[in-house]
Design a protein around this ligand. Sequence first.
Ligand code: ADP
Ligand code: MG
Length: 263
Amino acid sequence: DVPKPADADGVSADRVSANSDKPLIELSGVNKWFGPYHVLRDIDLTVARGERIVICGPSGSGKSTLIRCINRLEQHQQGRIVVDGIELTNDLKHIDAVRRDVGMVFQHFNLFPHLTVLQNLTLGPIWVLKQPRAEAEATAMRYLERVRIPEQANKYPGQLSGGQQQRVAIARSLCMAPKIMLFDEPTSALDPEMVKEVLDVMTSLADSGMTMLCVTHEMGFARQVADRVLFMDQGRIVEQNTPEAFFTHPQHERTRLFLSQIL
Ligand code: ADP
Ligand code: MG
């Protein structure tokens, strides 16, 4: 099954409809090394449209590297990564097209400190998507309402709590109208009392039908939201299952050990 070739503009205009019955993300035989270190080993992963996947596993197992490969923040050396019909190669037009489709939220919110919340949200839509400012601002306000902080629009990130900043980061991604959202431990840098407000926003995003790939150790969230939980260890996907089966009958010793440490 070969992805549709790009046309002269880099990406064919009809790929959305052409690929709507195909998985949104397909990784097959993906391997990656950092120098001699083999960080991702034979990763096969298919994400269907609307699917919610939680990835967990010990520190250093390759979770961040895996999701960073999906928007080419890292390069894989073997195998194929295809996002909505576009294969990630060194072709910059393909990389741009994929990044436009893939929203990412990091552990540290990565907001621009010298821009207001509203400016953080409208920067990409105005400069990358070429939206008129008024339209970009209207969309931004809608998403700020959705993450329940419209009153913070004209503040600077440094004036907000960590939980509020992370909700701004989520809203900022949503303003780019991504087809999938990647989360890399979005709550692990937050004070405990702020974790819930961010997980609530993520849960409502899942309820809205967004395709999501979340690296998180928030097992309550995984149980409530995930269609599938993946467990990674030493660069491999060791085990995957529905949350119910994953938590009640982990198959591998390493999974049992991991769960006994975090639950
Ligand atoms: P996780 O997110 O599961 O904690 P990572 O994907 O961040 O794991 O890292 C997996 C392994 O790759 C770790 O051993 C880490 O030290 C190593 N690693 C991550 N990024 C780099 C890099 N840029 N250069 C070299 N090694 C790296
Ligand atoms: Mg990580």
